[in-house]
Design a protein around this ligand. Structure first.
Ligand code: HSE
Length: 405
């Protein structure tokens, strides 16, 4: 029998206990041993909960119990979660987590600590919730050189953008409705400003390169400036607007970024709508593959944590290889990256836009709209675009959008 401790009895932590109990026979069979949740660590008591008798408030009890071989860290944050994870791994207890903030901030250090103590630090649930993506990168795609990963990695923003696209709704109204339904946090900053997607792509980029991609160095732009009018242009062009988290090989370096992008109607990510997430991976042998599913929520996320628990149970005393060194990956400056851009100008700025961006510029007009027009630039660097776009000062309407091929 393998004893487990769950740290944090919130949404995901209670989901982990529920998955282990509901799927008990299957989970035990696949683990090769019986699993039992012995402790649940939380600040609160849960007297009416069926597992309330397992709740403890002292992490020391868990640490001192040699029967506990696997710890699920579902607390979140980088304070106590970091301290407890280090302590558990140092004691040779494997840790499974959904905590992307901690994985993104301290992944290589915690993996090294696990290796040193002959146990494992697994984090399938930290990216894409219930979607298997960490394990495919670590196990299934190991014969590939991964050239690019493009993900819709945040359910809240994808829900907001889908509502804007299909209902013509305004950003602020959709955000408020999403908050009322509990899809968006009361403080939505981490989601709408792209920080959550940034942490997730930092983790995927690190697994792609085998080196550490520091999320603080990833260019990140959220969805707060996207306007309903942008979706009218997108529709006119047969495109959609998605918050993409991208990591790709570029000029011998890695380009990692998070930004709203216009994507073509035939792009595999075009139809990923609502709270769903998807990760599109390009390998140099396999070509394209895509991983799709629920990127958040109690049971999908808990299911991914429990899949890691099973993996740990199968590998007691053995280290599962994961290539994520502490050496920093060399990132391409976004200024040097190249793509096409979409922007809108007032009628009086149209000639100037044509002069600044040259012959290759394409005009996009909305039926019945006479006061402004949209343009798509040829492929150019971010720096060159910013320079010319800046010269249209006072003549532009709304923001600008990037195009993903
Ligand atoms: N806030 C995140 C999302 C939760 O909306 O996708 C899952 O990480």
């Amino acid at each position: 029998m393998i004893k487990i401790a769950v740290l944090g009895y919130g949404t995901v932590g209670s989901g982990v206990v529920e998955v282990i109990e509901k799927n008990k026979d299957m989970v035990n069979k696949k683990s090769g041993e019986e699993l039992e949740v012995k402790y649940i660590l939380d600040l609160l008591d849960f007297p009416d909960d069926p597992y309330g008798d397992r709740v403890v408030h002292d992490f020391g009890l868990i640490l001192a119990d040699d029967d506990v071989k696997i710890v699920c860290e579902t607390m979140g944050g980088v304070g106590k979660a970091y301290e407890f994870t280090r302590a558990a791994l140092s004691a040779g207890k494997s840790v499974c987590t959904s905590n992307k903030e901690l994985v993104a901030a301290h992944g290589p250090e915690l993996l090294a600590l696990a290796k040193e103590h002959n146990c494992n630090y697994l984090f399938e649930a930290s990216v894409g919730g219930g979607i298997p993506i960490i394990r495919p990168l670590n196990y299934s795609l190991t014969a590939e050189r991964i050239e690019a990963i493009t993900g819709i990695l945040n359910g809240t923003t994808n829900y907001i953008l889908s509502k804007m696209e299909y209902e013509g709704a305004d950003y602020d109204d959709v955000l408020k409705a999403a908050q009322d339904k509990g899809y968006a946090e009361r403080n939505p900053e981490a989601d709408v400003e792209g920080h959550d997607a940034c942490r997730k792509i930092a983790i995927l980029s690190s697994l792609m390169t085998g080196k550490n991609v520091d999320c603080r160095k990833i260019y990140t732009e959220g969805i707060t400036k996207v306007e309903p009018r942008d979706f009218e242009y997108a529709k006119q062009m047969g495109m959609s607007i998605k918050l993409l988290a991208i990591s790709k090989d570029a000029e011998g370096k890695t380009l990692a970024m998070v930004s709203p992008f216009l994507i073509d109607g035939d792009h595999p990510l075009h139809m990923v709508n609502g709270v769903f997430n998807a990760v599109f991976v390009r390998g140099n042998m396999l070509g394209d593959s895509m991983y799709y599913g629920r990127g958040a929520g109690k049971l999908p996320t808990a299911s991914a944590v429990v899949s890691d628990v099973i993996d740990c149970a199968r590998h007691i005393g053995k280290v599962i290889m994961c290539f994520w060194d502490s050496e920093e990956a060399e990132l391409l400056s976004i200024d040097q990256s190249q793509r096409r851009f979409f922007f809108r100008v007032k009628t009086e700025g149209e000639d100037k836009a044509r002069t600044l961006f040259g012959e290759g510029i394409q005009e996009v007009r909305l039926p019945g709209v006479t006061k402004e027009c949209g343009f798509i630039t040829p492929v150019m660097t971010e720096a060159a675009f910013a320079d010319s776009y800046g010269k249209l000062d006072g003549m532009t309407v709304g923001g600008r959008l990037r195009l993903e091929a």
